[in-house]
Design a protein around this ligand. Sequence first.
Ligand SMILES: NC(=O)c1ccc[n+]([C@@H]2O[C@H](COP(=O)([O-])OP(=O)(O)OC[C@H]3O[C@@H](n4cnc5c(N)ncnc54)[C@H](OP(=O)(O)O)[C@@H]3O)[C@@H](O)[C@H]2O)c1
Length: 399
Amino acid sequence: MSKKVLIIGAGGVGSVVTHKCAQVPEVFSEIILASRTKAKCDTIAAQLKRPIQTAQIDADNVPQLTAFLKEHKPDLVINVALPYQDLHIMDACLAAGIDYLDTANYEPPELAKFEYKWQWAYQDRFEKAGLMALLGSGFDPGVTNVFCAYAQKKLFDEIHTIDILDANAGDHGYAFATNFNPEINLREVSACGRYWEQGEWIATEPVSWSRVFDFPEIGPKKAYLLYHEELESLAKNIRGLKRIRFWMTFSDNYLMHMKALQNVGMLGIEPVEHKGQKIIPIEFLKTLLPDPASLGPRTKGKTNIGCLIEGVKDGKPRKIYIYNVCDHEEAYREVQSQAISYTTGVPAMVGAMMMLTGKWRGKGVFNMEQLDPEPFLEALAKHGLPWHVKEMPIETPCQ
Ligand SMILES: NC(=O)c1ccc[n+]([C@@H]2O[C@H](COP(=O)([O-])OP(=O)(O)OC[C@H]3O[C@@H](n4cnc5c(N)ncnc54)[C@H](OP(=O)(O)O)[C@@H]3O)[C@@H](O)[C@H]2O)c1
């Protein structure tokens, strides 16, 4: 089997995807890494033990990207640029007849709002073209969706509630930095929270609800309720679900900086006039903050991301935590990136492998939980992200 893959985006995640694809030549026999800044692709290529092709591409230029795809004829495009590029890359894939994969759902640049509706609207076009688009093949969304599908298939007869937990106990030593693209990260965290219960979406004030969870290998950590994109597809696809929420840990220091930046308008996405020039505050802030790809050599500690799931198995109540722990320093030793990029890049490679080997096939647009979780989870553990299922005590009301 000889397959060619085009990876678009040479940031923190793009670097890990490229390293991981290069480790599996029996699936990814040819790799092209293309991004807005070619020098970044060349830096990544120089770290690898086998040659790959690199190229400059502006993924927002659909005719140029379509021509590039027609010329190079990859079997799959892995989109690890930014969510703003999703629809443009999907358009080019349709025009050139090529399968598509990404790790984050579309977000319009001028609106801090992410929803699947824009990408789900491509269902008929991908289906009619006989093509497959796999959405959200990172960790969360991505592995968290697959954990839920696995729980539905193997661990429960009925699932009642899901709490997705994302803890990062890593320390990069900077006063303030984000672990992935600062613009996308700060737009996500400073937005209103939202969770789903009994068919309704319930909104909360930004980072206003918190709970302490005891994370295996990390210990107790305060996590805040956020809206996160996998809630939308899982609420639709997990049968009989009554409630689903998403929680992420932040240090008091991170929240203090974010609040101060928000209060002075630095998270603004509308242009402001500055000395006769229009600037978008959050874009300027990105220029000032450390590049997430540079955090690798400085970050110590671990991440723990998983799903706390409650329901019924064989007539008895059951509660489990299914999770992965990833060590920032180990990730850096292997692929020269910290664990946030690693936990996103490995599942992107594994999702691509599922598509290219035919283990996951279909026509249309798919979320991860719609496909068989077992081959994915087997490959995930083999390629650097082992996972575990922990039985949790059932809390009974006071007698
Ligand atoms: N599902 C998950 O678990 C998860 C977790 C973390 C991140 N993500 C997603 O992963 C993606 C990448 O994140 P990251 O941290 O690697 O971001 P990043 O470091 O900012 O990298 C983004 C890359 O995309 C390139 N790019 C931007 N616009 C482009 C365009 N128009 N054409 C071609 N290339 C373009 C950038 O080029 P320049 O170098 O020229 O700026 C950069 O190399 C994001 O969509 C993020 O939301 C998903």
